[in-house]
Design a protein around this ligand. Structure first.
Ligand code: A3P
Length: 294
């Protein structure tokens, strides 16, 4: 019975065609009725696009580079995850409701599934996009090690699953296009993982300005250092080392896996790459978004 209950939980279920975790779907009314506040900042990403990284950057900026303050809790507890639900733990909505303002929240939801009050309150959105190929590779390894997600199968199988959008939070293409299209209509800072990797200080400065903060050069340099992959991999407050192995099995693949641009080259065959490029062209046709890596 336990095995069956667990399996049922692992199934993704759809909301308006978007696969989500079953516990999220069970809680969908509460999520849709979430009441955002005008001074909320929402961190938005497709999974495996550098969510933890931007969360740590934002937290460091908010706390003026004070490392100790950023050690106050594990990163999953610092910024409520709006659509998160795993009873009997408090849901993301409940955690957000209990949080004093100004709040920093996070989500993986595509624009069409976001609780409407975020738009109504003209909140600030910080979106981070990562190129599809590296995202696919990262998601594949994450589904291997995350015991709460469906088994990804072989790399060849996962390649098709990802392209068809049959993964948690749906199609990468639709997610990225959706947020990109509305970026000038709302207060959206749209960043790229590849740019943060290339010139972290420059991108961190953009985040700082977006947050209405003004930090010294020395503080900025410290934030760059503290949020490097090497530092974060060793930081127990962000590297998920406190999560039990029965949930995240880091012996299969570490949560802080590689943190590089272009790891797809170690996974894609030449044929897969050609097929991917053709599909990418079709799916992204008409969108002006441009990734430096593809
Ligand atoms: P890889 O699997 O390619 O290594 P998310 O937080 O959205 O789940 O994203 C996880 C991805 O971001 C992983 O990618 C992880 O290694 C990478 N990442 C986390 N912290 C990083 C950092 N400081 N610099 C670069 N990449 C980072």
């Amino acid at each position: 019975a336990l095995a069956t209950a667990l399996e049922a939980q692992l199934q993704l279920r759809e909301v308006a065609g978007i696969p989500l975790q079953a516990s999220t779907v069970d809680n969908w009314n509460q999520i849709q009725n979430f009441e955002a506040k005008p001074d909320d900042l929402l961190i938005c990403t497709y999974p495996k696009s550098g969510t933890t990284w931007i969360q740590e950057i934002v937290d460091m900026i908010e706390h003026n580079g004070d490392v100790e303050k950023c050690q106050r809790a594990i990163i999953q507890h610092r910024h409520p995850f709006i659509e998160w639900a795993r009873p009997p733990q408090p849901s993301g909505v409940e955690k957000a409701n209990a949080m004093p303002s100004p709040r920093i929240l996070r989500t993986h939801l595509p624009t069409q599934l976001l609780p409407p009050s975020f738009w109504e309150n003209n909140c600030k959105f910080l979106y981070v996009a990562r190129n599809a190929k590296d995202c696919m590779v990262s998601y594949y390894h994450f589904q291997r090690m995350n015991q709460m997600l469906p088994d990804p199968g072989t790399w060849e199988e996962y390649f098709e699953t990802f392209i068809s959008g049959k993964v948690g939070w749906g199609s990468w293409y639709d997610h990225v296009k959706g947020w990109w299209e509305i970026k000038d209509r709302y207060q959206i800072l749209f960043l790229f993982y590849e740019d943060i990797k290339q010139d972290p200080k420059h991108e961190i400065q953009k985040v700082m300005q977006f947050m209405g903060k003004n930090l010294d050069e020395t503080v900025l340099d410290k934030i760059v250092q503290e949020t490097s992959f090497e530092k974060m991999k060793e930081n127990p407050m962000v590297n998920r080392s406190t999560v039990p192995k029965s949930i995240l099995d880091q012996s299969i693949s570490p949560f802080m896996r590689k943190g590089t641009v272009g790891d797809w080259k170690n996974h894609f065959t030449v044929a897969q790459n050609e097929r991917f490029n053709e599909i990418y062209r079709q799916k992204m046709e008409g969108s002006s978004i441009h990734f430096t890596e593809l």
